[in-house]
Design a protein around this ligand. Structure first.
Ligand code: DAT
Ligand code: MG
Length: 137
């Protein structure tokens, strides 16, 4: 497995609930590295760009409203197999389906408030890192 980097977000619900340290601790304990970290509130345009693949979905408006609703923490995480590895640490998109022991499985119940985002492929990772850290990656 190659060394990869991926964009991770602790979404506004995770920041609001004080779970930033918990999420970062799990990432570090797993053995992945933090390459960049920023607390910011996302502008609507950036949110729409980040979630462009979901533009036609019925929940798109809610998704953009939620992700812009308060500060989030954006991270670049790297390591062997970091893209799939972080998806495993996060758990399934719907927290009710997420395995206990995963972030979503341990801390969430609602699909619309599932604490974390992680890129789903090398292409998405590079695209998303370019949105959040344009002068770094
Ligand atoms: P993931 O975040 O696991 O990559 P995704 O890319 O399919 O999942 O969807 C992006 C986010 O959109 C997801 O984290 C929560 C929200 N979402 C997905 N499906 C939804 C649905 N059916 N209803 C409401 N929100 C949804
Ligand atoms: Mg996704």
């Amino acid at each position: 497995v190659a060394t990869e980097r991926t964009l991770i977000l602790v979404k506004p619900d995770g920041v609001q609930r004080g779970l930033v340290g918990e999420v970062i601790a799990r990432i570090e304990r797993k053995g992945f590295r933090l390459e960049a970290l920023e607390l910011r509130t996302l502008e609507r345009e950036k949110a729409e760009e980040h979630y462009a693949e979901h533009r036609e979905r019925p929940f798109f408006g809610e998704l953009v409203a939620f992700i812009t609703s308060g500060p989030l923490v954006a991270l670049c995480v790297s390591g062997e197999g970091a893209i799939a590895g972080m998806r495993t640490l996060m758990g399934a998109t719907n927290p009710l389906d997420a395995t206990p022991g995963s972030i979503r499985g341990d801390f969430a119940t609602e699909i619309g408030e599932n604490i974390v985002h992680g890129s789903d492929s090398p292409e998405s990772a590079e695209r998303e890192l370019g949105i959040f850290f344009p002068d770094r990656f």
